[in-house]
Design a protein around this ligand. Structure first.
Ligand code: TYD
Ligand code: MG
Length: 454
């Protein structure tokens, strides 16, 4: 190892003093490798102190006009961006390889181009013929998008300088390399330097740049997490491999709410927008079977209903399993513990499987009560009255806590034909909903009243 090398994690970028098999910052395995420091080129001359631009905060506050926005016409995408793309902003779109990032961004570039934005799509992963073939399949063959295939940063910047786009898509940031950085393309230092150069160039020239980044658990290629702080907006494109739904989620947005989601469906001719995700996530639901509940959740600014499924089965001696898809395993363990400690319902010796149907991933504590109801329903083999939605947070004492946006959740449930709701005491249901409302102070009440157990 030369002196200028250091060890860092390709997943999270943490710097380590010595090599180990697992990064103790992010927990990734086999992700630590040698990494050249960011600047190995010659130092810029002189250290003259240049005064930065200083303005009083009050001046900025007086500019309270709304931000200008460019709409793509893809409603789901515009919403996730906070109401359209802010000119001269930098966006990172991360996701597993093969999840559909290139398809999404090619469609987005075409949509913006059709709205009159000068868009260029620069690929380092596919040949132009391949991209054209894809565009044809997506019905975008006639879209006025410029295409370029390049990986060398100098070529990319020259192209951008000549083309003067309003929007540039770089697919992917892991393929871009600088000859001033010693490590291999895709390494942390290359990705970091390339992202820095591209975003600052875009800001300087006043165009928007969208960087595509692969997330890899193996850490062979630098994860997009190392560049999240350089961009204005971070979107993750996610979904279960076997499902046809894809969710575009804002995890950071300087120009809009984070946690907003856009829902897409994969089709043979590209991604189709899903205008009513609740209907999609509830389609094919088996309302009459025990172990399922419908959770009225909020994703970003929008209510989304989805089905939570639980399965409980006797475990072989001494090896009870807890398996969760679409929710937090730690939160499940907490709810099982509360059910046992506060309601006297043990799950020892039982395998517990929990699944959020449709490939959605829920992070709201508001799902606690729906999860508890699904677990009880599965364990007691009693099904909840169909057409009932459930939501509410559970405390360690077993008390239920009201959650935000109760009215919006109820409205969505009613719109989809639900007739009753189970929720915590003191919830603000607002004006009459026309639904049967069952408010409960604690989990024990749910156990007694709804399941007749405990
Ligand atoms: P791709 O966009 O290449 O994924 P990524 O850029 O994230 O690696 O999509 C992967 C494959 O899935 C590709 O062969 C095209 C196919 N696909 C469809 O057929 N329909 C779709 O709607 C999407 C999103 C992808
Ligand atoms: Mg791709």
């Amino acid at each position: 190892m030369t002196k200028s090398m250091r060890l860092s994690c390709a997943n999270c970028g943490a710097v380590h003093a010595k090599w180990s098999g697992r990064c103790d910052e992010c927990g990734a395995w086999n992700s630590i490798s040698e990494d050249a420091p960011l600047s190995t080129g010659p130092r810029s001359k002189g250290l003259g102190s240049v005064r930065g631009n200083v303005v009083p905060l009050s001046d900025l506050a007086s500019e309270d006009e709304p931000l200008p926005r460019d709409n793509s016409g893809m409603v789901e995408l515009d919403r996730v961006l906070g109401g359209g793309l802010v000119p001269a902003s930098a966006v990172l779109v991360g996701g597993d390889p093969g999840i559909g990032k290139s398809t999404l961004l090619l469609q987005a570039a075409a949509a913006y181009a059709r709205k009159g934005l000068r868009a260029i799509y620069i690929s380092g992963e596919e040949a132009s013929s391949q991209i054209r073939l894809r565009a044809k399949r997506l019905g975008l063959a006639d879209a006025p998008v410029q295409l370029a295939v390049a990986t060398d940063l100098r070529n990319i910047l020259t192209t951008l300088e000549e083309e003067k786009p309003s929007l540039a898509v770089i697919d992917s940031i892991q393929t871009v390399w600088l000859d001033t950085v010693e490590s291999a393309p895709g390494s942390v230092s290359q990705v970091r330097a390339a992202a820095h150069e591209l975003t600052s160039f875009a800001k300087r020239k006043g165009f928007s740049v969208v960087l595509v980044g692969h997330v890899t658990k193996e850490g062979q290629i630098a994860g997009p997490r190392v560049i999240e702080h350089m961009v204005d907006t971070v979107l993750y494109f996610e979904g279960e491999r076997g499902h046809q739904y894809r969710i575009l989620r804002a995890v950071k947005n300087r120009f809009g709410p984070a946690d907003e989601i856009g829902v897409f469906e994969m089709t043979g001719t590209g991604l189709a927008e899903v205008a009513n995700p609740s209907a999609l996530f509830l389609s094919g639901r088996d309302a009459g079977s025990p172990g399922t509940t419908v959770f009225a959740g909020i994703e970003g600014t929008r209510p989304v209903l989805c089905e939570i499924q639980a399965l409980i089965s006797p475990a072989p001696a001494g090896s009870a399993r807890r398996s969760v898809v679409g929710w937090d395993g730690g939160r499940l363990a907490m709810i099982l513990a509360v059910l046992e400690a506060r309601c006297g319902i043990p799950f020892a010796g039982l395998d517990v499987y929990l699944n959020v149907a449709g490939g959605l991933r829920i992070t709201e504590p508001a799902a606690d009560l729906a999860v508890a109801a699904a677990l009880l329903s599965a364990r007691e083999d009693v099904h909840l009255p169909s057409q009932t939605v459930v939501f509410g947070e559970i405390g360690l004492s077993g008390m239920l806590r009201p959650v935000g946006k109760t009215e919006a959740r109820l409205k969505e449930a009613k719109k989809l034909g639900f007739e009753s709701v189970i929720l915590p005491d003191r919830s603000k249901t607002g004006t009459a909903t026309g639904m049967k409302v069952q408010m409960m102070p604690d989990l024990a009440t749910l156990v007694g009243e709804v399941f007749g157990a405990g």
